[in-house]
Design a protein around this ligand. Structure first.
Ligand code: ZN
Length: 346
């Protein structure tokens, strides 16, 4: 025992104990780290799984009624469902919160979200009903007014959409662009106005504002191509490049095509002209070279970019389906196999 006591006082023994302690601490520290990482990972996996799993019908309602989760959290979850395209779940959340919410202002905000969710889900009549009801109680609600305007626009009820602009204007909201667009859309829809009169009015809008190029020239090239060529500003050729590309031969103005470098490239790529030997636009350059070497096999298709939100769509639009901007569409060229055009153009 005495020997042991002496040995433990040996400096070498102290060093051994010191390193042993370091080893034990390092080992436990490593083990704890591994355990925590595994635990966190398991927790995250479960969390993400739960987030991606859509609760069964009625489950959300039951949890909201229990009141264990705040409405704020439910609203975040509903937003997440909307982003994932689970509109029916977002609608269920908004409806259930509305049933338990007592505060009138909160009810109004959530009712607007509910109407917007119905709009995104494509239930336009239901959406219209909700915004109309909100505005009966609170007519000076810009958010509800603008949402109702979007519903009328989607339903092509342009006259009613124009009526909504009036209260928005009274609330000092900027409506110039909306008004101009809705007036054009309503004009195009009217049966009591002649084609000539429509063309003249649309042209007036274009020359005065240099806006709404796509909707105006889509119509003008259909009813009076000569007039359209005469007034379309060369800066706007690219904004309607798909309309120009698909124009039938008898609607082309050779005088204008040959006078503009972009049009020379576009129509040389199509094979209508042979005046360009190259282009800075990749798709046109390839097509021009194919035309010059008498090779077939490729043609041009278009997709449509919203300049504002940068979303692309396979169809053209006057109001962006994503961010609701007006006149933000830009046709984007895409090279495709030639047979695609033969099958799908009409
Ligand atoms: Zn957009």
């Amino acid at each position: 025992m005495n020997n042991l006591y002496i040995e433990t006082r040996d400096p070498l023994f102290g060093i051994i104990v010191f390193f042993a302690l370091i080893f034990i601490i390092a080992f436990f520290s490593y083990w704890w780290g591994r355990y925590k990482t595994k635990d966190d990972s398991k927790y995250l996996d479960t969390f993400i799984k739960n987030l991606n799993t859509v609760p069964a019908d009625g489950e959300i309602k039951t949890i909201i009624y229990d009141g264990n989760v705040s409405n704020h959290s439910w609203l975040i979850l509903a937003q997440s469902y909307i982003q994932q395209g689970h509109y029916e779940k977002a609608i269920e959340i908004y409806q259930s919160i509305l049933e338990v919410e007592k505060d009138t202002r909160q009810q109004q905000s959530i009712a607007i979200l509910l109407g917007q969710a119905y709009f995104k889900a494509g239930f336009l009549e239901r959406s219209k009903e909700i915004f109309t009801k909100i505005l009966q109680h609170a007519p000076r609600t810009p958010n509800a007014l603008y949402s109702l305007l979007l519903v009328y626009d989607r339903l092509k009820e342009y006259k009613k959409a124009l009526d909504v602009l009036e209260p928005l204007h009274e609330l000092d909201e900027e409506i110039t662009h909306e008004k101009r667009y809705l007036e054009c859309a309503y004009l195009l829809q009217r049966h009591d106005v002649s084609q000539k009169e429509k063309a003249k009015k649309l042209l007036d809008v274009y020359t005065q504002s240099r806006s709404l190029c796509y909707i105006i020239f889509e119509y003008l090239f259909r009813v009076d191509a000569a007039m359209a060529w005469q007034h379309l500003h060369h800066d706007d050729y690219r904004r309607v490049s798909d309309i120009l590309w698909y124009l039938p031969q008898d609607k082309l103005s050779m005088e204008i095509l040959t006078a503009d470098s972009y049009l020379r490239e576009l129509f040389s790529a199509k094979g209508v002209l042979a005046l360009a030997i190259s282009s800075n636009i990749f798709e046109l350059d390839i097509l021009i070279k194919l035309q010059r070497s008498h090779h077939q096999g490729a043609c041009l298709q278009f997709e449509y970019l919203c300049q504002k939100c940068k979303h692309t769509f396979p169809f053209s639009f006057h109001r962006c389906p994503h961010c609701h901007s007006i006149g933000s569409v830009i046709p984007q060229m895409m090279l495709t196999k030639d047979h695609f055009e033969e099958n799908y153009t009409f």
